[in-house]
Design a protein. Structure first.
Length: 387
């Protein structure tokens, strides 16, 4: 007596796997890496194309001399401007092919001829074929994946910005470390109303106000220090505190000066610690008192006011009020803000008299002279006169 044939559904999967595994240039997603690193040089991304498995984290590091970014024009991820040594990590939780480039070099009307703008991240599900480098993505991968959750910053070192999710029981992550001028965004993921609020008032305090489901609030930190905070409605109401919220956990935002690569384990304090001032010669008895001045920058007016005249000892703060990433870079070397996105700030103290010219390195302009040589200049420039 002949046995009935096996159902096709029992044999097609294994056979397909064997065929795919034997095909040249094809592996299975089970072997796709769960981490990947990409260097951003002044000429492009290296490697330009990366394949990882679902759940993998990709980390970009700026190894060039200029500000660049890793920006998906579809909005899935955006590092913001990264200067030399800064990095950004993003976890990919959905399969698909994500094409991206550097906004200061390739997007929003920018076109840097020295920068190769083509780059992609291919994310494959378990058991799916992994294409060889340079091969087209497997059929069935979404070319325009659904938006993912906001970026998960995975490095333990300082980042240009951070994201904290608020549930009905806690903040996650509990600790965030960013550079001076960076921004932290809180996202309400719970069903109740919560906030991110420092327990003490004063000029160094912050308060997001009550956030309902899916509401967000971003706060810029222009001063170095360690900020302790909690949820006002849950933990700062005395006898009516919410027993379901982890109020005893120390939630921290640590803000470090640009260039800091690690953070020591010092005890947290409620108020920020002032950033160390650059070493300077002692001022004379006749020196003018320090003052604080502000400059805004946007796509319509560039730097304003321009020029700005201040006394010796003044601290000047630049704020990006535009919709694009800009920067503040002294001509010939000196102060350098790194990339600043909307709402971010950068401050510098001028301890010596002189005329200081600067530009936004994320806004280059390219032209050609009579001999056909390429000339680079800057769309936005400014001057600070210190006297």
């Amino acid at each position: 007596m002949r046995l009935p044939p096996l159902p096709k559904t029992l044999v097609i999967g294994p056979v397909l796997a064997v065929l795919l595994a034997g095909a040249p240039g094809v592996t299975l997603a089970a072997t796709a890496p769960q981490t990947a690193t990409v260097s951003i040089t002044d000429s492009g991304f290296s490697p330009p194309d990366v394949t990882v498995g679902v759940g993998a984290t990709v980390t970009w590091t700026d190894t060039g001399n200029n500000v660049h970014s890793a920006t998906d024009p579809g909005g899935t991820f955006n590092s913001g401007g990264l200067s030399n040594g800064q990095n950004f990590g993003f976890q990919f939780n959905l399969p698909g092919t994500f094409s991206y480039s550097s906004a200061p070099d390739c997007q929003n009307g920018n076109s840097n001829p020295s920068f190769s703008c083509s780059a992609s991240i291919t994310v494959v599900a378990a058991g799916a074929p992994v294409p060889a480098p340079g091969a087209p993505a497997p059929a069935g991968l979404a070319s325009s994946p659904a938006p993912q959750a906001p970026a998960t910053l995975v490095s333990t070192s300082a980042q240009p910005s951070g994201t904290v999710n608020i549930s009905d029981t806690t903040f996650s992550p509990t600790n965030v470390t960013i550079f001076v001028g960076g921004t932290v965004t809180w996202i309400e993921k719970g069903t109740g109303v919560h906030s991110a609020t420092t327990p003490t008032g004063g000029p160094t305090a912050f308060d997001t106000g009550g956030l309902g489901p899916n509401e967000t609030k971003s706060i810029n930190f222009a001063t170095a220090g360690t900020f302790v905070y909690s949820s006002g409605p849950d933990c700062l109401s005395g006898a009516s505190n919410n027993p379901n919220f982890a109020c005893s956990t120390g939630y921290l935002v640590t803000v470090v000066p640009q260039g800091t690569t690690s953070v020591s384990g010092s005890a947290p304090v409620a108020a920020p610690v002032a950033a160390p001032a650059p070493a300077t010669a002692a001022p004379s008895a006749a020196a003018a008192p320090a003052s604080n001045k502000s400059i805004t920058m946007n796509e319509q007016n560039g730097f304003s006011p321009n020029p700005l005249t201040v006394p010796v000892g003044s601290t000047v703060t630049w704020t990006d009020q535009g919709s694009l990433v800009h920067s503040v870079v002294q001509d010939g070397g000196g102060f350098d803000s790194g990339g600043l996105s909307t709402g971010q700030q950068y401050s510098f103290t001028f301890s010596q008299p002189g005329t200081f010219t600067y530009h936004s390195s994320t806004d280059p302009v390219y032209s050609t002279d009579a001999n056909g040589n390429q000339i680079q200049s800057w769309q936005y420039t400014g001057t600070v006169i210190v006297q």
